[in-house]
Design a protein around this ligand. Structure first.
Ligand code: PFF
Length: 458
């Protein structure tokens, strides 16, 4: 093969460090905030099944492709795509795929930071015992008061972006590894405790039935699209975040194994969140389809009733904020890496630019919850619109293009060399998936969701 490139930004200290950072990127609000509420909105079991299938059939092959491309190019996604395309004798315009990812990153982080602000805002609220013994109605009104107050939201959004910028400006490798190593297992443990609470004190059987007993009559093509989009969102795929992390991966690390570990951990966290939340939903007569406020209206009820609830609640929202933070970092890393490579900016300057733009964009999402409530794009407020546009359209299309790049633009020799999978059968399988299965699956779901063709029910 050609001489292996080196990243000017350095490398992770080990394979484990990469696993931690990539899991930090994958596990976030998507698992704990979004997965339960979209599962509730789109009918439960059947939706969960489609989501799991998308992780296996689309998510894992694309994650392998992204890490592989990143490590091969060893630069920001924009430069990596340009370099690899040229090297393989193709058009350098592929770099625009990198730019599309940069745009997705800005847009996602703009609303992600606002929602992360809700999680942070709940830290002092639960800790103060505000929810102790309160009724579900009161819990819902506390959430309503928060999102109805632009000034408070602004303070939390600004704080969250500030914290994100601090880590990014110092370089994602210093500090992040250590923190993820401790806090991720802690978050996991807390979720297990919450599931334990739901098992003992809430309607666990109904929760499990809702999550795992598929009722396909409740599933629409729109639901399938949302499940697919979520598979991209939750694994941080389709925009270059995992690609840029892959560009810091040591050469000898196995891409296939690491990918499976990351996707497995991510899925487990989402399912645990679902198992903690839905029993509470049913035992308190709440609606599963309550929307984006779901976890903020259900978990505080549990914290208000369980032994040591103020303490566990406090820990939970800290860890949720932390999980959001480690994801946010990966959302602006691609553009920061590009600014450093191409504009010669210091990391600090690059971060201030990228973070500043994201912060400003976030104001639109923030105001759409209150002062601009009546302003709609098609039928959604800004936050919902940006979320749906990125998750259900931009990430799947980005992922589709990445699969095409890995399978049709890069030569078999390059991908085989970079993936270095020991078992040739497994490599064949990956290549078959990214060449045919993944692209066809994405296109079929899309076409059906927009109603161009109707396979099965609409
Ligand atoms: N995977 C993150 C989550 O589930 O919260 C969100 C995310 C991070 C999406 C990074 C996309 C991304 F590139």
């Amino acid at each position: 093969m050609t001489e292996r490139r080196q990243s000017i930004h350095g490398e992770w200290s080990s394979r484990l460090a990469f696993i931690l950072a990539a899991t930090g990127s994958a596990v976030g609000l998507g698992n704990i905030w979004k997965f339960p509420y979209i599962t509730g909105e789109y009918g439960g079991g059947a939706f969960v099944l489609v989501y799991l299938a998308c992780i296996a059939v689309i998510g894992i092959p694309i994650m392998m492709a992204e890490v592989m491309i990143g490590r091969r190019g060893r630069q920001s996604p924009v430069n990596t795509m340009r370099t690899l395309a040229t090297e393989e004798g193709h058009n350098p315009l592929w770099q625009y795929l990198g730019w599309a990812g940069v745009l997705s990153g800005f847009l996602i982080l703009s609303f992600y930071s606002v929602v992360a602000g809700w999680a942070m805002a709940y830290v002092p609220r639960v800790a103060s015992g505000m929810f102790t013994g309160t009724s579900p109605e009161k819990v819902a009104s506390i959430f309503g008061d928060l999102i109805g107050d632009p000034e408070r939201l602004l303070a939390w959004h600004t704080l969250f972006m500030g914290l994100t910028m601090i880590v990014v400006s110092r370089g994602v490798r210093s500090g992040l590894e250590q923190a993820v190593r401790i806090l991720m297992p802690a978050l996991f443990l807390l979720l297990v405790i919450l599931v334990g609470y739901s098992l003992s004190a809430a309607d666990f059987a109904s929760g499990v039935r809702f999550l795992f007993a598929p009722d396909f009559s409740k599933l629409s093509w729109e639901g399938v699209l949302v499940a697919m989009g979520h598979a991209f969102f939750t694994l941080s795929l389709g925009m270059g975040a995992i690609m840029v992390y892959g560009s810091y991966l040591p050469s000898h690390a196995s891409i296939a194994k690491t990918t499976i570990i990351i996707a497995g951990a991510d899925t487990l966290v989402a399912l645990l969140a679902g198992l903690a939340i839905f029993p509470l939903v049913f035992s308190h007569g709440l609606t599963p389809g309550a929307g984006p406020g779901l976890i903020f209206q259900t978990l505080p009820i549990a914290f208000g009733q369980m032994w040591g609830g103020a303490f566990f609640g406090f820990l939970f929202f800290i860890l949720l904020s932390f999980a959001a933070w480690t994801s946010a970092i990966s959302l602006i890393e691609p553009i920061v890496a590009w600014l450093v490579e191409n504009r010669g900016l210091s990391r600090i300057k690059a971060t201030v630019w990228a973070g500043g733009i994201t912060w400003a964009l976030g104001l639109g999402s923030l105001l759409s919850l209150n002062l601009w409530q009546d302003f709609k794009i098609i039928k959604w407020g800004i936050l919902d619109f940006v979320d749906k546009l990125t998750t259900n359209v931009m990430l799947p299309l980005g992922g589709l293009a990445i699969a095409i790049f890995a399978a049709w633009i890069m030569s078999r020799e390059s991908t085989e060399d970079e993936l270095a999978i020991e078992n040739p059968l497994f490599y064949q399988l990956w290549r078959f998936f990214v060449r045919y299965i993944t692209p066809v699956a994405v296109v079929v779901v899309f076409l059906n969701a927009i109603g161009v063709i109707q396979v099965g029910k609409g």
